[in-house]
Design a protein around this ligand. Sequence first.
Ligand SMILES: Cc1cc2nc3c(=O)[nH]c(=O)nc-3n(C[C@H](O)[C@H](O)[C@H](O)COP(=O)(O)OP(=O)(O)OC[C@H]3O[C@@H](n4cnc5c(N)ncnc54)[C@H](O)[C@@H]3O)c2cc1C
Ligand code: SF4
Ligand code: SF4
Ligand code: SF4
Length: 413
Amino acid sequence: MIDIKDKHNCCGCEACSSICPKKCITMKEAFDGFLYPQVDKNQCINCHLCEKVCPFLNNNREKSECNNSELIANRIEQSISNIGCYACFNNDIQIRNNSTSGGFFTALADYVLKNGGYVCGAIFNEFFAIEHMMTNKKDDVSKMRGSKYVQSKLNGIFTKIKKQLEENYYVLFSGTPCQVEGLHRFLGREYEKLITVDFVCHGVGSPKYWKKYLEYIKEHCHSKIVDIKFREKTYGYNSSCMAVYFENGKAFHKGHDDDKYLLPFFSDYILRSSCYECKVKKLNHVADFTMGDFWNSSKLDTKFQEANGATLLLIHSNKGNKLFNDICKQLTYVAISLKDGLIVNSGKNMSMLLDSTKEPKNRTEFFNDLEKMEIRKLLNKHIPLSMKRKIAYTIKPILYKLGVLEKMKRLIK
Ligand SMILES: Cc1cc2nc3c(=O)[nH]c(=O)nc-3n(C[C@H](O)[C@H](O)[C@H](O)COP(=O)(O)OP(=O)(O)OC[C@H]3O[C@@H](n4cnc5c(N)ncnc54)[C@H](O)[C@@H]3O)c2cc1C
Ligand code: SF4
Ligand code: SF4
Ligand code: SF4
């Protein structure tokens, strides 16, 4: 039976609790707010199904491989993979503006809905917690659009997916690489009408920290939150920011250094332990598609320049290639080599497709302090910003409003 002794070895995909014939595995919250399986040993019949479906137990990627860019780079050079690689964006400007990069996900979801199928993706629930839902309605799919940098709760969705597939419906599942791998292992066989899409994954943030952040905002903004976007393109795709909208018509936009969620997320303090030693990161994913950010896509041509965001798209399967042909009329796209794709995706570091984030030494202390410290004090203690960074995030919105920021970016290019 599953017994998680080291939290780095469980991504929380819920495949084990979904497959257990005795329903004796429950997902319990740990001190950092992430869910881990706990077995009721009195009911367990030692069938070992939970171990067989676990994507972390069954991927033997060594710890030393997780943060070794050089080793991974050599592997790409040597790889003879058939992965298709594209830069693309959705031709519908509204969809694009509401998506994180180029809006590829919505093109795929539209195809599934048109064919009478179901789409599963991450949404905000009524309390702005993040969870997966299954739908066959266009309005619900629009709620899935956009990255939410918090681990989503799956709420037993794998069992619902299996039911729809058995009834011969199309099902599109969109999630983290580990959720997608967990789903495939749970299903245990190929389904022609199952389509899966994952993304280049930095890691997922703590639902417990997210809750504290929401409480902080509510306290300081004195109005009900009506919408949140983790990556709004107000200041352009390359400078996307957190945007929170309130019932009283007010809103705030804050960047990576300024926002009290994005700062610990991108400083890697609030990620799940498994994200620091991710065992499912690899070139060939079990998903049909992998999406990611295509940074500086404006360099490709004028169409991409005007698009304000493009998706880096990897296609891993024949099914994926066929589907891409069916939906490509909705997209503007250009084929590129896998190596170039990973370079544009990575920025300075190795692509998050293969590399894991590094665990801060004082992560445990950070979470222990989360219980007892006010959020500003917590961040000042653990992630203090230099005066230079504070000045930069204060003047950036002013420069943007004056139009100076865009001019400076063009000059640098
Ligand atoms: C937690 C997280 C980390 C990411 N890290 C990177 C990275 O390091 N590098 C990179 O290039 N790209 C990363 N991405 C992917 C990137 O942000 C875009 O989502 C991707 O480029 C697709 O954009 P799109 O415009 O085509 O579609 P979008 O409309 O933005 O599609 C979003 C899709 O992602 C799913 N989704 C959103 N939030 C979650 C969640 N919490 N859990 C599971 N599924 C979710 C939705 O269901 C939807 O299907 C990350 C995304 C997430 C959610
Ligand atoms: S061994 Fe079988 S019965 Fe026991 S927890 Fe795992 S799946 Fe459930
Ligand atoms: S990784 Fe998934 S299947 Fe494995 S123990 Fe964790 S929740 Fe269960
Ligand atoms: S980094 Fe790995 S373990 Fe973490 S959410 Fe992404 S795929 Fe899952």
